[in-house]
Design a protein around this ligand. Structure first.
Ligand SMILES: Cc1cc2nc3c(=O)[nH]c(=O)nc-3n(C[C@H](O)[C@H](O)[C@H](O)COP(=O)(O)O)c2cc1C
Length: 457
């Protein structure tokens, strides 16, 4: 346990600090690879540079999302998806050897993995990195991913979380079953509706005991799951009022789960577009957006929704006058579209674009911009804003998607971090050598059980 950990309490106490993580999507990562100097998303060198830049900025974590399958529509891979990125755990193991402190977070789903295998792989990353591994637990909400796997399809939402909970409980018991150096590992038995596991763990605990657990998922079930199981939430609520509300909600849930008000940290997804002055930052934002949504991407975005070829429409002209061929969009088109009444939305969008005088491209930029997640402004004004987050404890940090590789992170490390340090809300050195120490998380208690059988799920 470190001196920074907070005692278990029903009252929430802000840490007064902000941490940063850097996040990469698995597939469909927009436009961040577009500059000549970006390199390639399959090239280790690109990731090495980013991880080392983040470490220079004392970031707590380097974070990889997971996309297990490219989306398709009209029989082709989706033009917005980035084809390929090496597997997260392989990439993170390689990065462990060229970094010293930064945490290494692998997003891995509970729906298509098996607990004994994934627990072993994550324990391996944790040992290889000297106690810097974390698992971002997701259930993965799309049917197209399921088509990749033996089990096919995908589970109902509630089932996905029951399945996830049984999975995580089993993984925790596996990590928890190593006796002292000379002793034998305890056998872990789990017989439930979703898994049957009979395993003797093969690896000892790491320097941080076991991987840190992040969770990404926002529904009530997802939040309750996080309140019971996670150390950190990768949240979707970065804007101030929303973040404060989310914190309140999470505090209630984690108190109700018996873990106290301070058990779960919050790091929302975010994007920072910064410059010396507000005017320059606004100009930069225009440039970033036009880079993120090029003409082809604008058309492809509408095609997802229209369900038909729109390549003969001018991206700089008005929205298509023909109607979508789909009535209601399906899970295969992306969660943002699921269940949308296509025709109704097309009418609405055409009216909105006409009203605002927007071309297809301008309209798509307005729809896809991570408006809620974007902080745009001068280094000093954004630093002031984040200082207020730290003061009230709205969040514990931000998980940042750089908008451009490699320049997107440089502004943050070179200019924002020093401003935050001056304000006393950002670390001036790594607190220890493990991710758990950087985040000020308690070392989990070890269960006293002998061989355990988990009932229920
Ligand atoms: C900020 C954030 C990041 C996420 N990243 C991923 C990801 O990389 N891969 C993935 O399969 N799902 C990802 N998810 C979605 C999860 O699969 C999540 O389980 C899904 O949204 C369903 O849970 P929910 O209904 O509780 O939100 C993410 C969700 C959030 C909120």
């Amino acid at each position: 346990m470190t001196q920074h950990t907070r005692a278990k309490s029903e009252a929430f106490t802000p840490s007064g600090q902000i941490q940063f993580g850097v996040f990469f999507q698995g597939v469909n990562s927009g436009a961040i690879w577009k500059a000549a100097e970006s390199g390639s998303q399959t090239d280790f060198e690109s990731f090495r540079r980013i991880a080392q830049t983040a470490e220079r900025g004392l970031f707590a974590a380097f974070f990889l999302g997971e996309g297990l399958r490219l989306r398709e529509h009209l029989g082709r891979p989706h033009a917005l998806d980035v084809a390929g990125r090496p597997d997260a755990q392989t990439m993170l193991a390689a990065l462990a050897s060229v970094t010293r402190n930064i945490g290494l977070v692998a997003t891995q789903n509970t729906t298509y993995n098996d607990p004994a295998d994934l627990a072993h792989r994550l324990a391996s990353l944790d040992l290889i990195s000297g106690g810097r591994a974390a698992w971002n637990i997701v259930t993965t909400d799309n049917a197209w991913t399921g088509a990749n796997f033996r089990r096919g399809g995908y589970l109902d939402h509630a089932d996905r979380y029951r399945h996830a909970e049984a999975f995580v409980e089993t993984a925790k018991r596996i990590w928890d079953s190593w006796e002292n150096p000379d002793g034998p590992a305890r056998r872990v038995l789990h017989r439930g509706r979703h898994y049957t596991v009979d395993v003797t763990p093969r690896l000892p605990p790491s320097g941080q005991y076991r991987p840190v657990l992040f969770q990404a998922g926002d529904s009530p079930d997802g939040r309750n799951f996080a309140a019971r199981q996670a150390d950190v939430i990768f949240a979707a609520h970065p804007k101030f009022d929303d973040a404060v509300e989310f914190r309140k909600d999470l505090v209630q849930r984690s108190v109700a789960a018996g873990r106290g008000a301070n058990a779960v940290q919050i790091m929302p997804a975010s994007e920072f577009i910064l410059a010396p002055t507000a005017a320059e930052a606004a100009e930069k934002k225009e440039w970033v957006r036009s880079l993120q949504i090029g003409p082809q991407q604008a058309i492809a975005y509408l095609e997802q929704f229209w369900g038909r070829e729109l390549s003969n429409y001018d991206p700089d002209g008005p929205l298509p006058d023909i109607d979508p061929v789909v009535e209601e969009t399906s899970e295969t088109r992306g969660s943002g579209f699921h269940g949308a009444k296509a025709r109704q939305l097309a009418d609405q969008w055409r009216a909105e674009a006409k009203d605002k005088g927007l071309s297809i491209r301008q309209f798509v930029i307005s729809k896809t911009a991570r408006i809620d997640a974007t902080f745009t402004g001068s280094y000093t004004s954004v630093a002031d804003q984040l200082t207020e987050y730290a003061r009230v404890g709205a969040v514990d940090g931000f998980n940042i998607s750089p908008w451009l590789i490699p320049a997107g992170l440089d502004d943050i490390v070179n200019h924002l971090v020093p401003e935050l340090q001056e304000r006393g809300v950002y670390p001036t050195e790594y607190r220890g050598s493990t991710l758990r120490e950087h985040l000020g998380l308690e070392t989990p208690g070890r269960t006293a059980d002998e061989a355990v059988e988990v009932a229920g799920a």
